[in-house]
Design a protein around this ligand. Structure first.
Ligand code: AMP
Ligand code: MG
Length: 475
């Protein structure tokens, strides 16, 4: 019995310069690893009558369902600050939209945007994205989601030799990026730029539809500032480092997109970097705020033609308009961290206390997640978790005087997050053909805030032998 998906194809009704129409490649022996029944049901996908093998054929792209119009999207971007006029989906196929959400295969073969890439994905990054994106969703972070993961039965060649291939089915509010606007802006294709602006507003920000072009452009920038500043505050409060905040990975819908070399902090460090390719720390933990602002400016540049025919005046207006809203990024990040300390009515004067705590964590190399989780205990009784020092005593007394809602903290500070070594263990075991730990980890991450005695190992930081020092794009 076929899977029942009611596809809509709004992106494919955009002009042809927005994409390449292309089907996924054929894969030798796809096998189902996981199908997210809950998400499928939310999307109104009738899956109950479909066998695992049929799901594997569909979500490897071997079988194209009726109504699907596969395409690879065009986009550009600044990668590590360098302009790349054409990137695009080099290994992804949008199958269509369901209930307003994109259904996209990732790792499904070459397209005209593949450049030198093989169009494929190794299984490791597929499992990583599945675990992390679903965990982020449970933690309340706007994100792409994962509907399905399959192995392809083929090998892909990466830096350490052959690895099993995999394909992820990604679900997103959309895959429009700042880089999608840049693609047309770099070409000076104003007609397409305007079509994209209209499409983005229709799809995500219909409240801007009635405005003139200039106000639509300014309004869209404001919306993005609002959503992205919330998003990055949430990342910060979980110790999440995205790892590649290039403009092509910066969503116009304000969601987390592209889980490549992402990672969660174990011990706290302001400028922590995991990604092997981030040599200068451009995308380090605390640099995510300045980089997000930088990305917003890159979007604003695309809109110059809509703002004023005089470029200098347009830039002056944008700079004036953006200055104040961009401060939200810093404010919301601090507010989110303060909330984790039980300060629910954050004032800018609290920044000192928050920073004092973080500096102490850094100095003592304490685990970020567990340190915040321990604050509730610290409030009620002495805690062995925190090494004693003069700084600590000083912090403790200031904090105890300031804290408000300490008893709510177990709902704010998770105990179980997708720690790097847990993800690595799930991948290592999967590479031997055993998916038990992968499934178990996904299950534990469905209740990040509720402690369960049988889940103790999932709350612990890595042992020295388990520590992950670097993460890779896996591309
Ligand atoms: P990412 O680092 O995954 O955001 O990808 C950056 C760009 O490289 C995008 O245009 C991807 O489609 C492309 N890309 C990444 N990996 C591959 C691959 N294995 N084959 C073809 N294109 C790829
Ligand atoms: Mg990307």
């Amino acid at each position: 019995m076929n899977l029942n998906i009611n596809f809509n194809n709004t992106y494919s009704s955009l002009p042809e310069q927005f994409y390449e129409r292309i089907n996924p490649e054929h894969f030798a022996a796809p096998k189902l690893i996981v199908f997210n029944q809950k998400l499928a049901t939310e999307l109104n996908i009738g899956w109950q009558e479909t066998t695992d093998q049929e799901l594997a054929e569909i979500f490897s792209g071997n079988k194209i369902l009726p109504g699907s119009e596969p395409l690879a999207q065009a986009y550009a971007g600044f990668q590590f600050g360098n302009l790349v006029p054409q990137l695009g989906d080099g290994r992804a196929h949008l199958l269509g939209e369901v209930a307003g959400f994109d259904i996209q295969l990732k790792g499904s073969g070459q397209t005209r945007f593949s450049r030198r890439g093989d169009g494929r994905s190794a299984l490791g990054p597929v499992l990583r994205e599945y675990i992390v994106s679903e965990a982020m969703h449970v933690l309340g972070v706007p994100t792409t989601r994962s509907l399905c993961a399959v192995s392809t039965g083929e090998e892909v060649y990466r830096q350490d030799g052959p690895e099993p291939g995999g394909i992820l089915t990604r679900v997103a509010k959309s895959h429009i990026r700042v880089g999608t606007f840049q693609y047309f802006a770099f070409k000076n294709d104003l007609e397409s730029l305007e079509a994209l602006l209209n499409y983005t507003i229709d799809r995500h920000y219909p409240e801007l539809a009635a405005k003139n072009k200039k106000d639509q452009a300014l309004g869209l920038i404001d919306k993005l500032i609002e959503l992205q500043s919330d998003l990055i505050a949430q990342w910060t409060s979980l110790g999440f480092i995205h790892g590649v905040m290039n403009t092509d990975n910066f969503s116009m819908a304000g969601i987390t997109i592209d889980y490549g070399p992402c990672a969660f902090l174990d011990e706290f460090k302001f400028d922590k970097v995991f990604s092997s390719i981030d040599r200068h720390g451009r995308y380090s933990f605390f640099n995510q705020v300045p980089i997000a602002k930088w990305n917003i400016f890159r979007l604003a540049e695309c809109f110059i033609p809509f703002i004023d025919e005089n470029t200098d005046q347009a830039i002056a207006l944008l700079e004036k308009n953006l200055g104040e809203p961009l401060e939200f990024f810093d404010f919301k990040r601090m507010k989110a961290l303060a909330k984790k300390m039980g300060i629910s009515d954050y004032q800018t004067s609290d920044e000192k206390l928050v920073t004092q705590f973080l500096e102490y964590l850094e100095k003592e190399s304490l685990d970020f997640t567990l340190a915040f989780r321990e604050l509730k205990n610290l409030y009620h009784s002495p805690s062995d978790f925190f090494p004693k020092s003069q700084e600590f005593d000083e912090f403790q007394s200031l904090w105890k005087n300031r804290v408000k809602n300490v008893d709510e903290l177990d709902q704010i500070n998770p105990l179980y997050i997708p720690r790097n070594h847990l993800i690595q263990k799930a991948i290592d075991e999967a590479y031997t053909g055993n998916f038990d730990f992968f499934h178990r980890l996904n299950e534990v991450l469905t209740h990040p805030f509720s402690e369960k005695t049988e889940c103790e190992e999932f709350a612990l930081p890595p042992k020295p032998s388990e520590r992950v020092y670097q993460t890779f794009c896996g591309t």
